[in-house]
Design a protein around this ligand. Sequence first.
Ligand SMILES: NC(=O)c1ccc[n+]([C@@H]2O[C@H](COP(=O)([O-])OP(=O)(O)OC[C@H]3O[C@@H](n4cnc5c(N)ncnc54)[C@H](OP(=O)(O)O)[C@@H]3O)[C@@H](O)[C@H]2O)c1
Length: 293
Amino acid sequence: MTVIVTGAHGQVGRCLVALGGEGITRAELDLSSAGTADFRTAVSSLFADGRRPDVMINTAAWTDVDGAEDVTNRRTVEAVNAIAPGELARAAADARTKFIHISTDYVFSGAAPDGGRGWRPDDPVHPANEYGRTKSEGEQAVLAAGGVVVRTSWVWSGPEAPGRDFVSVMATLAENGVDPRVVDDQVGRPTYAPDLAEELWALAHADVASGILNVTNAGEPVSWCGLAKEVFRLSGHDPARVTPCTTRDWPMPAARPPWSVLDLEPWSTRVGRTPPDWQDSVRRGLGAGFRLG
Ligand SMILES: NC(=O)c1ccc[n+]([C@@H]2O[C@H](COP(=O)([O-])OP(=O)(O)OC[C@H]3O[C@@H](n4cnc5c(N)ncnc54)[C@H](OP(=O)(O)O)[C@@H]3O)[C@@H](O)[C@H]2O)c1
């Protein structure tokens, strides 16, 4: 089975390539040109006779959440996150290639629904920032073309990309003797990129070809502060060195959702798998060894 993967150098993309996906980089296909004739030509060449892939997984995205608020980036963010996914999904549908598109908990905002359950695939979206808004538009275009949307949250990759993700940053601070203040009023579930890639690989091979699904690591929801404390603890440092603060104490250009927990039950039902608990993954990631920055 041929699986092609956009965003081949990203956290999730590189893990999918490690599992056997054929990576497509930005140099080969620049999603910021979505909407142009050149982009459509480049996309159709991916599905040309003789090289039609069985599955395409689109992990490429504008992921700089705060940068997406900058008006000078708006056109690019819109092209990459909102327009390109639909064009890719339509080309895949024409070629009878299964299309899997990665999306985000940031399509939601507001407090936890119904006493603390996770967001379900069919809950109404309400993005609080430009990243979430453009990702939500991308979702709609993919669904209209008959593709699969997979929402995930709080992706980290540790040794794969040191310093680029929250867990790596906290491990580095712990080791370097820095005592951070970390927000305690945003709650979600972290997702280890290699685990996410395994789940997506299973989905690529499963009999599921359309609709919305969620997948993150499993386990009890946790705040960023709770996650930071766990990273300190699991790497042999005193978790009390991490001080809780509020979102208001840490102003950022883009609003963040307070509740990022995604309901994993549909994933178990439709894909037949339960991802590992996030604490196991942090332990594994730390065990794999961080190159400290
Ligand atoms: N990171 C998270 O916490 C998180 C949470 C929820 C959902 N997600 C979603 O999960 C997916 C994967 O995220 P990730 O963490 O792996 O992101 P990442 O590490 O930032 O990687 C994004 C990839 O997209 C590529 N890309 C960006 N602009 C592009 C363009 N104009 N043309 C072609 N490629 C472009 C990047 O290429 P370069 O390598 O050339 O820069 C990079 O390889 C995304 O859809 C994201 O929205 C992520």
